[in-house]
Every structure is written in C-alpha cells, then in structure tokens.
Design a protein around this ligand. Sequence first.
Ligand code: AKB
Length: 343
Amino acid sequence: MSRKPVVLITGASGEIGHGLIEALSKTPDRPVITLDLAPLDPGLAGRVRQHYVGSILDPQLLDRILAEYEINLIFHLAAVLSTRGEFAPMTAHKVNVEGTLQMLEFAQKEGESHGQPVVFVYPSSIAAYGLPNLNVKQQAGKVREEQFNTPTTMYGCNKLYGELLGSYYAGHYKQLSIHQVRGKVDFRGLRFPGLISAITAPSGGTSDYAPEMIHAAAQGKPYACFVRPDTRIPFMAMPDAVDSLLRLAECPHERLTRTVYNLGAFSPSAQEIHDEVASAFPDATISFQVDERRQGIVDTWPADVEDSSARRDWGHSPRFGFREAFREYLIPTIRERYAALKS
Ligand code: AKB
C-alpha cells in the first residue's frame, strides 16, 4: 500500500503557521498536513489535507501519521516562546527540546522508510544569543551566527540546543553504527528576528511589544510598551518570514554552507516603532512602562544580525524594510482587518 506524499507543519495554529499554510496552499501539488494542540482556524482548515489535534510529544500519534503519509518536508514550528518559557521552564524544555527530538526522530524514521532525506526546517531565534551587557550590545554591531551563543532564557537555551540536535541528526546520527543510517535528515535552521504579522497578534514572546503596539493602536486601545524607547532588536514582516522558510526549504542541499542561518530585515528602536505607529494612528495612546525583567531579556539580544550567508546561499532577500513593512504591509492590512471585524 503506498502512502500519500505530503508536507507536515507542526505548531500550525500559531502565527507563522497561519501565513505558511496560506502560501503552501497556492501550490496544490504539495498537499499539507498539520499538527497542533489547538484546532486550525476555520479559514485555514479547508486549505490542508488533514489536521491532527494533538501533541508532538505523543509517539502513538506520530506513528499514525508515519503509517499514513510519506513526508519529505517538515516545518517544525511548535514552540513555547521566551516570556512564557520563563514562567514554565520545564514545559518549555519539554516542548522545545523533547518535542524537537521527537520530531527529528520522526524525520529520521520517515527518511529511512522512503530512502530519501527529509528536509527539516527549524525556526530558531535571535534568542539563541546572549550578549552580556548593553555596552557590548552597542559595540557588537551586526552579530554573526557563531558569536555570543550564550543565551539567558530557557527558550534561547532550548533553541540553541535544538540547532545542535538538528546538526547531529544531519551529520552524525548513530555514527558508530555498522549500518549507514546517517543523512536521512536534511536539517535547515533559521534564526528569526522578532516577527510582525498584520493578521495575527503574538503571545508569549518578548519581542511582542512591536506587534502589540500596532494591533492595540489599530483597535483604538491604549498600549503600555514594556521596553525602553531606545531598545533595538531586529524585526521582520511575516510575509518575508514565510518567504524565507519556503526559499530555504527549496534550496538544493549542495548550495548550503551552514545548518543554521541568521536572517535580518530591519532593526528599529522601540521609539521609531512608536513614531511610525503614532503617525498612522494619530489618536493612539502609547506610553512606555518598562518591565525591567522583560527588558533584561531583550537587552541580551543583538541590535542587528549579519545575514550574508543566507543572502548568498539561498537568496534571502526581504521585500520589506522598516518603512515599507509599516506603510505597505502592516498599516493598510491591519486597518482593513479591524474595519472588517467591526462591520
Ligand atoms: C520571542 O520573543 O520569544 C520570539 C523570538 C524573538 O523568538 N518572538
């Protein structure tokens, strides 16, 4: 009996999943199956072949999926983000590390069963960095992949280890075994900056102040930004994040020179984000009420990242800079969305 070839997305009900499902559904020759603890948004459910409500930590569920489908591409999006992870570090470890390990083992079994490497796309994060203090952050400029790999959050530690696990599965899995079982997982990681979507609002992250500020202003709600106005970290508009996932997934393996890539797009301060939002929504009430503990996390993340490897190897090329992201994507789409919800 032959299994059906599909793409698998874990954590599909989250922010990235939303955009990714929409993009993948435009190429019907690549059917998608999804897995998440939550049901899919009704607007997306019709775009996937099958949605499994369940956990990446449930081996029986993974076995069922393996029995039914032939999977050659996995987008492993399921994760507990940096703020939530500090309230529940054991849960973060379970989902982010044990869950990733289960999914890598799943990819290995899939690869062994159909004989082809399974491309495993893994969103990592700027949280994988840990700069020791603000002085070093200001001096560091654009941080390269191998610098400051000393994260201070549970999520950052989990993501960095997830990258290492992926490299292990890709290059050294069971290296002492007499039978050659290596090379069945083609692991590809991207260190995303903070992401901003016009369609969905994030939850559980520490870069959330940017999207929260815009979504609050568009709904006429007051917003207290929890970081200082001079805080600077890299951000990216969601369509560029989705585009980069697809580009990296499609890139021929021989063109890749690393297993994990930095991705940059724009790097505004919180004050610059405030100014852009306030000029689009002049009635917005935005204040700065610094939460020192969340500020402490953002201060360990780089102000900008060096992403020339991604640009050279697989053509990372974000469409939106700071002003375009706001003026051509975020503001018009968010306006339209909340106007439609009102009517
Ligand atoms: C978070 O804030 O935890 C995430 C991230 C930067 O990975 N958005």
